[in-house]
Write a protein that binds this ligand. Sequence first.
Ligand code: SF4
Length: 214
Amino acid sequence: MSLIVNEIFNSIQGESLYAGRPCTFIRLTGCNLRCSYCDTMYSYEEGTSLTITDIMDRVSVYECPLVEITGGEPLLQNETPLLITNLIENGYTVLLETNGTIDISRIDERCIKIVDIKCPSSGESGKNILDNLNRLSVKDQVKFVICNHEDYDYAKDIIKQIPCGFLRENILISPVRGKMDFSDLANRILKDKLMVRFHIQLHKIIWPDIDRGV
Ligand code: SF4
């Protein structure tokens, strides 16, 4: 009953509908992708084996009701669903950020899933499991990271495939800083009348020079 954990820290949630809220992050080790813009390469290999009890103890120190499990890709580890359920049973609101290339159906339905859909410039869009779009509940979120116009057009096409019942405001479109001009992306969303949520990584604005633990 243990997982390989890269880091556990408390920060401001910066990448979801919960952006702005204090949140404890559990970053699990390992990823099956190598996205061109990855900013957490240190999570690919580095980590310490911790039991679920150890993790719960470390999380409790922060006295923060919101917890996000991220990576790397957290669903690569077999015990992740159990960790999620344990956290929920202990009263935490749990977010799971996953890269969209692993089936999300075995996750506790009370967990809020933030599912990335990889766009072409990531170099990994061929691995998306688009069936995950049919496994979303109304509280879940879908995220597109956009580097250029090709990515934006790709995202627009995928959004058409997201079932109608899913809230468009739970679809996050996020530009990569330094690659996609923020106002260019915002103008395209307005011109196309996409009822999605334009989204900027808040933690990178608050702590621009820190690349770990935020
Ligand atoms: S899925 Fe996330 S952690 Fe993995 S390579 Fe892509 S950006 Fe990095």
